[in-house]
Write a protein that binds this ligand. Structure first.
Ligand SMILES: N[C@@H](CCC[C@H](N)C(=O)O)C(=O)O
Length: 286
């Protein structure tokens, strides 16, 4: 029977099973199935998906993320903070500032240590991509979607789209507790105008410095937090003049808070926690 060692970690409740591929070996063709298996609450461990911590020839470490439906995503903000914590605490990297490779490019992580343990991680998530061709979505590929009317399920909404290496569409709501996360979320996720699907975010503007946020994630459904989604929400809020470029915004997610800044230099900085839940050995059912 195939088995592998895992660590379950979370960033604000967005939890994944992490496997260290510096030490373990998993068959490439089986990765989507492994992600589905480990994520299953009844017959697996239970998680939002699977994250692989891999050797890289471009950076100190590489992250790959699989959602709980087995689909592979190109980026994961909460996952990056957890990978950074794991890499430092397991001495895969010896510095407190280092690069992580993702399927959407390189990002830079900086960890804050307390008694040799990583508590907070800041990740420079790079520049947001705003053109329709970069989301990707239907329409003129050279145009952006900022507060644009789109119809979903027979109703018109004003939406903004942002890629943080993965696709996000942002809806503004008056009351976050009434946001149609589980009803509109799955419809928008699979809308064919988003050729690769989309992560769906609902945002309530509290002030120039604060947002409430809920998410329906592509491939995983409702999660407690989405780091790339929170970055996309801050970029969207600057574009819609709700918050200020170059200033830090606190994003309140279901699992806790992230500090996010779209810097004047153009990249997005995300700061938040990363936590270990448990470690163990998983026995794969064939
Ligand atoms: N939870 C993540 C994003 C995970 C991938 C996403 N569902 C996708 O398919 O793009 C985050 O913290 O960013």
């Amino acid at each position: 029977m195939t088995s592998f060692k895992f660590t379950k970690m979370h960033g604000l409740g967005n939890n994944y099973i992490y496997v260290n591929l510096f030490e373990e070996q998993l068959e490439e063709a089986k990765l989507p199935e492994i992600a589905k298996q480990v994520a299953n609450v009844y017959t697996g461990i239970g998680s939002d998906g699977l994250i692989l911590i891999c050797p890289s020839d471009k950076a100190e470490v590489k992250m790959r993320i699989f959602n709980n439906d087995g689909s592979e995503g190109k980026n994961c903000g909460n996952g990056l903070r957890c990978v950074a914590k794991y890499a430092v605490e397991h001495k895969l990297v010896l510095d407190t500032e280092f690069k992580i490779e993702t399927l959407s490019g390189l990002v830079e992580a900086k960890v804050q240590l307390e008694n040799d343990q990583v508590k907070l991680v800041t990740v420079d998530m790079g520049e947001p991509r705003l053109l329709k061709s970069q989301i990707p979505m239907a329409g003129d590929g050279n145009e952006k979607t900022i507060n644009e009317k789109m119809e979903f399920d027979g109703q018109i909404y004003e939406v903004t789209t942002v890629s943080m290496g993965n696709p996000h569409v942002i809806f503004y709501v008056d009351d976050i507790n009434q946001a149609p996360v589980t009803t509109l979320g799955p419809i928008v996720e699979k809308d064919e105008r988003f050729q690769e699907g989309v992560n769906v975010e609902f945002v309530q503007v509290v002030s120039e410095k604060e947002l409430h946020f809920r998410v329906w994630e592509r491939g995983s459904g409702v999660t407690q937090a989405c780091g790339t989604g929170a970055c996309a929400a801050v970029v969207s809020s600057v574009l819609n003049n709700y918050t200020n470029h170059g200033e830090e915004t606190t994003v309140h997610l279901a699992g806790g808070d992230l500090q996010i800044k779209w810097t004047k230099a153009g990249t997005v900085l995300m700061t938040g926690p990363a936590e270990v839940i448990c470690e163990g050995t998983y026995y794969l059912s064939e």
